[in-house]
Design a protein. Structure first.
Lengths: 424, 402
């Protein structure tokens, strides 16, 4: 089993790729969600994109009709394995749902299944990423509170992104995932179907290669490459900072008590020395909080976007495949039947598919760009806030001992001196 | 204190200069010379300033001066010199003696030393010290003429020699213990502080990488570009700000270092006292044994077994004349010894009195200085926090525009 989810779904070999998106038409029809044919997805996307923007601005709850949350993780210990399930709660007014409210328990591999299904059935769309299966090989305790909470947040984000999507949120598998009492039974049914079709699927799309990517998609590809690269760097920097902070913390923890020891030797200096020691102790607490916040809130979002970019790259590759198939077929027709101007229907279908793919992809990219901008604004402002709070804590609770902020910040040195030496 | 030299004279070490010359063995060496400037402060100021006198001294001359002072004034906690070699440094600071930053910090330290001596009620009146400040040529010869080196007790140099003192002065024992502890706690503190500085430096500098990557990232973004670019600039500012912060903190470390070396000076006074007590006890013991011998001879009884007693028994009695002569010599020695003991006792009492007065003065000075140092340290921390808040607020402003 691979460590990273996208490895599993985004393998480069054409064999597995084909399985993911180029279904013969009966299968594709079968996997289409009720009443939402793939062809109309692009207008739907752009109109609901406007909705989305509005939603984000006013947080107008009334125009939303589907709410999903992931919470209440529970550990299950069986003879065979130990795992965590999460409660997935759905509230909706959509007609596709029989009830207005559902509550089911799902484990990570169910989410994984859902994502695979979405990728299979909505090959033209950008599917949000799942958190990595294991964050760091071996080192992480999968059942620790922090790990479970970080994962819960990521899974919640994953479902919310699908919920917000004008096409994906109507997907049949998604519906089943949210509502089915027994998801495993449904899974088995699907597997049987897939194994029957597997071989023929592989056969259909082998070997098409696109000569040149159209300019606008090449630009998206270049953008994604640089974006992943830069995010990877930011991720490394953030991790390094946390590491440096923890090492700083180790030294600070030794530093403070030395002042206390010294204080024990002195009579008149005892109080200020103990004061400094207490200040350093408070610095430690504030620093601990800062690196914890960065670990829990900052890093996971970076990771999500790194994976997101990978998903997007996969969709781009699929698009290339579809276009390559179309071009190859067109060429073949041109060679064989030069005298007949009429293009066969299967080639026309191919052309439709390319156009449809392009429209979906562009809409998804636009939506993604918007989300990204908002998410990063929030993320980076949060980082700044956490640092400001850290310094404020150090400043206010340590070196001025409970004086109110205004006196501290407007203070002449005299006030500060008083503050330090009136430590009690 | 009113008539101490510091009140009558402005003293500064205003410059440091690298020089190359030949030493006594005719070997080429490089050293740093320091320019000492002095100016008399007139009591009735007539608006006219006295001319500035200046002369050059090198570190080894400062060392000679301090050696002279510590031998000549054994009961005084003589102010320490700044370190000869950079110690307790964090990685960014060079341990090189010729490093300009180090030379500059030592210049400040040497000036501080001169000011400490000049404002000391006893030391400031010393003629050799005055000559050090005002008389460039022939100073070394002048110091050596005092013969201070002869007075220097070589036993003190054996650093770990302990003298078995029977009746130690409790106050000095405690003080010695205190100076040991002070030395160990300050050196521990300085060591950890250097590591803390190292780590803090790391935390800040790694943030500088955000500066670069934000700027590179901004190149591919449309709406986010400007915000990222300028936030990157603030991250650069943040990373650079640590240099000044730690530079300033180095001054705090130097203040602590002075007291690390002061602890050594304090211990030196304790050891000198110990040695004195030892001599006193040895003299008393000698006297007692002579008195006993004398008594034995006079009464003819041998209270304790001795070789002399045995030989006299074996080889027959001395003649009464011989015995008389011996007793006379002994009685003279006893008288001499008693006088010596008396004067040693007196000397010791004087030493304790003046040493204790200076120790009290030192304690006061120490409490005052270190309190100030801690305050300035706290002020530094607050200003670091303020800087941090400022930079991150600016960065946040940029992020909010994305």
């Amino acid at each position: 089993p691979s460590c990273f989810i996208f490895n599993k779904v985004g393998s480069d070999s054409p064999g597995t790729l084909s399985k993911n998106f180029l279904f013969p038409s009966p299968i594709q029809d079968l996997s289409l969600p009720n009443g939402t044919p793939v062809d109309t997805s692009s207008p739907a996307s752009s109109s609901s994109l406007l909705n989305r923007l509005q939603l984000d601005d006013d947080l107008d709850v009334e125009t939303r009709d589907l709410f999903v949350t992931v919470d209440d993780p529970k550990k299950h210990v069986c003879t065979m394995e130990t795992y965590i399930t999460y409660r997935v709660t759905t509230k909706t007014t959509r007609a596709e749902f029989d009830l207005p409210e559902y509550s089911v328990r799902r484990r990570y591999q169910d989410f994984d299944w859902l994502r695979n299904k979405l990728e299979e059935s909505q090959p033209t769309h950008l599917i949000p990423p799942l958190p990595e299966k294991f964050v760091v090989k071996g080192v992480v305790d999968r059942f620790s509170e922090e790990f479970v909470e970080t994962r819960r947040k990521a899974l919640d984000k994953f479902l919310k992104r699908i919920t917000d999507h004008p096409v994906l949120s109507f997907n049949e598998h998604f519906n089943v995932f949210l509502t089915a009492k027994d998801l495993n039974a449904y899974k088995k049914q699907g597997m049987a179907l897939l194994s029957k079709m597997g071989e023929s699927v592989k056969y259909v799309t082998g070997g098409y290669k696109l000569r040149t990517r159209p300019l606008e998609f090449a630009a998206i590809g270049d953008y994604l490459d640089t974006f992943s690269l830069k995010l990877g760097t930011i991720d490394r920097i953030a991790q390094r900072i946390i590491k440096e902070q923890l090492e700083y913390l180790v030294e600070l923890r030794e530093y403070g008590p030395v002042y206390s020891t010294w204080g024990g030797l002195e009579v008149e200096l005892s109080e200020p020395l103990e004061g400094v020691s207490a200040c350093i102790g408070n610095c430690c607490t504030a620093l601990e909080e800062l690196s914890e916040d960065m670990t829990e809130d900052f890093l996971p979002v970076l990771r999500e976007y790194i994976l997101y970019a990978e998903s997007m790259k996969n969709v781009l590759k699929k698009r290339d495949q579809v276009q390559a198939e179309y071009e190859a077929k067109l060429e073949a027709v041109a060679l064989r039947k030069e005298d007949r101007p009429k293009v066969p229907t299967d080639v026309e279908k191919c052309q439709d598919r390319v156009e449809c793919f392009n429209a979906d992809l562009k809409a998804d990219m636009e939506r993604w760009q918007n989300n990204k901008r908002q998410d990063f604004r929030q993320l980076l402002m949060g980082m700044a806030d956490k640092n400001i709070q850290y310094y404020e804590k150090v400043c206010a609770t340590c070196w001025s001992n409970g004086r109110n902020k205004s006196s501290l910040f407007s203070s002449a040195e005299g006030i500060i001196i008083q503050d330090i030496f009136t430590l009690s | 204190m009113e008539d101490c030299l510091a009140k009558k004279m402005e003293i500064t070490v205003s410059e440091a200069e690298k020089r190359t010359g030949r030493n006594a063995m005719n070997i080429q060496e490089t050293y740093t010379a320091y320019l000492i400037e002095t100016r008399a402060v007139e009591s009735q100021s007539e608006g006219q300033c006295a001319p500035v006198d200046s002369l050059w001294r090198r570190y080894s001359e400062f060392e000679l001066l301090r050696n002279y002072l510590s031998v000549t004034y054994p009961h005084i906690v003589v102010p320490p010199l700044p370190e000869k070699r950079a110690d307790f440094v964090w990685h960014k600071l060079s341990a090189d003696n010729m490093d300009p930053d180090f030379v500059e910090r030592r210049r400040i330290g040497l000036e501080n030393f001169l000011l400490r001596v000049a404002s000391h009620p006893v030391l400031c009146q010393d003629k050799i010290f005055y000559a050090f400040l005002t008389q460039e040529g022939g100073w070394k010869e002048m110091v050596n003429e005092t013969g201070f080196q002869l007075k220097a007790d070589s036993r003190l140099k054996a650093l770990n020699a302990t003298f078995r003192v029977k009746n130690p002065d409790k106050r000095f024992t405690e003080l010695k213990h205190y100076s040991d502890e002070l030395q160990s706690v300050i050196s521990h503190l300085l060591r950890v502080r250097a590591r803390v500085a190292d780590r803090l430096y790391g935390v800040y500098k790694v943030h500088g990488n955000y500066g670069r990557v934000f700027s590179e990232w901004s190149a591919i973004e449309k709406e986010m570009g400007d915000g990222l670019q300028s936030a990157g600039h603030h991250m650069d500012v943040y990373a650079a700000s640590i240099d000044d912060i730690l530079e300033e903190e180095e001054h705090y470390a130097d203040q602590l270092k002075e007291y690390l070396f002061y602890a050594e000076a304090l211990r030196a006074v304790c050891r000198k006292h110990e040695l004195m007590q030892y001599d006193l006890e040895m003299a008393a013991q000698d006297l007692t044994s002579k008195k006993q011998q004398c008594e034995e001879l006079a009464t003819g009884t041998v209270r304790t077994f001795s070789l002399k007693g045995m030989t006299s028994k074996l080889f027959g009695q001395e003649t009464p004349e011989q015995r008389e002569a011996k007793i006379k010599v002994l009685e003279e020695q006893i008288q001499e010894g008693e006088e010596q003991l008396k004067s040693k006792n007196l000397e010791g009492r004087d030493f304790v009195k003046s040493a204790w007065a200076d120790i009290e003065r030192f304690k006061e000075q120490k409490n005052h200085d270190l309190k100030e140092a801690l305050i300035s340290y706290a002020v530094m921390q607050i200003s670091m926090c303020k800087k941090g808040i400022q930079v991150w607020t600016n960065a946040k402003e940029c992020f909010s525009k994305m």
